[in-house]
Design a protein around this ligand. Structure first.
Ligand SMILES: [Zn+2]
Length: 339
């Protein structure tokens, strides 16, 4: 079956893109000149394939996920000292800092845009968009997505033992919320003292802040599997589709910027273009080449983004009729046959 591979998807061809992205350009931090160079490389490659209509969508973004979670956690750390020193007003402020900080961190985990987004979105980034129209009438549209930027060499995301992530994060959020509610109760009941366990709750946030700050000092990675492999494959797919377009499926290839700092590129695309949700399918390529071919049809983070757009009536992705997670043994998908 290997001889049926389109030439553009042969490993040697894909490795050319990989070398250009990971070696020639190197680490591609969100909003950086290197991320921009990756976008330019993709645009240049697409134009060399004879695709004239390559769109670039500029947008503003924060340079790191830390710009959201570090201020929120720092607010939580400051809450108890302020409550201790500031009397009843201090307790009120401390309560707001803890509850507000917990809400912001929870929202960040669900990839919701923070209310101070405009303040932190100081960098320039871009999506690269190309559409391959079908030969006949378009009955459906498929979006193939791969991000251009790379993440820092973080220890917290994912943690060494990923299964501990959810309970630890939940516990930290509950502790902050409990601290905030208890301070508010103190104000309402006119209790003056800070209980010892309130101090423990506040102190518990200090290691979290230290870990987040340490993570922030780490260098960015070259991102071979996250996500140059996906970008390379998408470039190979464009070439294959250009030579042999599908019959009834319009394919949009979306090379997004700033995925690693909260899917900002994808959010910007959905806001600006609001694709219809009927007969629209999304395939996001991530970590290609790290092992078995896996797929998820329901992902909490993306689910949140899309459900927000659904609620807002702007458009979004169609829910899969069979949400789940699985592993696929097939070595490749024959685009020609899928129509
Ligand atoms: Zn990724």
């Amino acid at each position: 079956m290997l001889d049926q591979f389109p030439d553009s998807l042969h490993p040697d061809r894909l490795m050319t893109h990989m070398r250009a992205l990971c070696q020639d350009i190197g680490p591609r931090p969100s909003t950086s000149p290197q991320e921009r160079q990756a976008a330019e490389y993709v645009e240049r490659t697409l134009r060399q394939l004879g695709i004239a209509d390559v769109q670039e969508q500029p947008f503003k973004s924060q340079a790191s996920f830390g710009w959201i979670v570090i201020p929120a956690t720092a607010a939580g750390v400051l809450a108890m000292p302020i409550a201790w020193l500031g009397g009843q007003w201090g307790k009120l402020v401390g309560s707001l800092l803890l509850l507000g900080g917990a809400c912001i961190v929870r929202s960040a985990m669900l990839v919701r845009t923070p209310f101070f987004q405009r303040l932190i979105a100081r960098g320039n980034s871009q999506n690269v968009i190309v559409q391959i129209p079908p030969t006949g009438q378009a009955l459906r549209r498929v979006f193939l997505v791969g991000h251009l930027d790379t993440q820092k060499q973080r220890f917290l995301m994912p943690p060494p033992r990923p299964e501990t992530s959810k309970p630890i994060n939940t516990l930290a959020l509950l502790a902050a919320a409990l601290g905030g509610i208890s301070l508010l109760a103190d104000v309402l009941l006119n209790r003056r003292r800070i209980a010892w366990w309130q101090g423990v709750l506040g102190a518990g946030l200090v290691p979290s802040l230290a870990a987040l700050l340490f993570d922030e000092t780490q260098p960015h990675i070259e991102g071979a599997n996250d996500n140059a492999t996906a970008v390379s494959i998408l470039l190979g797919v464009v070439e294959a589709l250009k030579a042999q377009p599908l019959q009834h499926t319009e394919v949009t290839l979306l090379f997004t910027g700033c995925e690693e700092v909260g899917c900002v590129g994808m959010e910007s695309y959905l806001e600006r273009f609001a694709p219809p949700k009927e007969n629209t399918y999304w395939i996001d390529l991530e970590m290609v080449g790290t092992g078995n071919l896996c797929y998820v049809t329901r992902h909490q983070l993306l689910e949140r983004i899309f459900s927000r757009f659904r609620e807002g009536g702007v458009g979004g992705a169609r829910r899969s009729p069979t949400p789940g997670i699985g592993r696929c043994g097939q070595r490749y998908v024959d685009l020609g046959r899928s129509g």
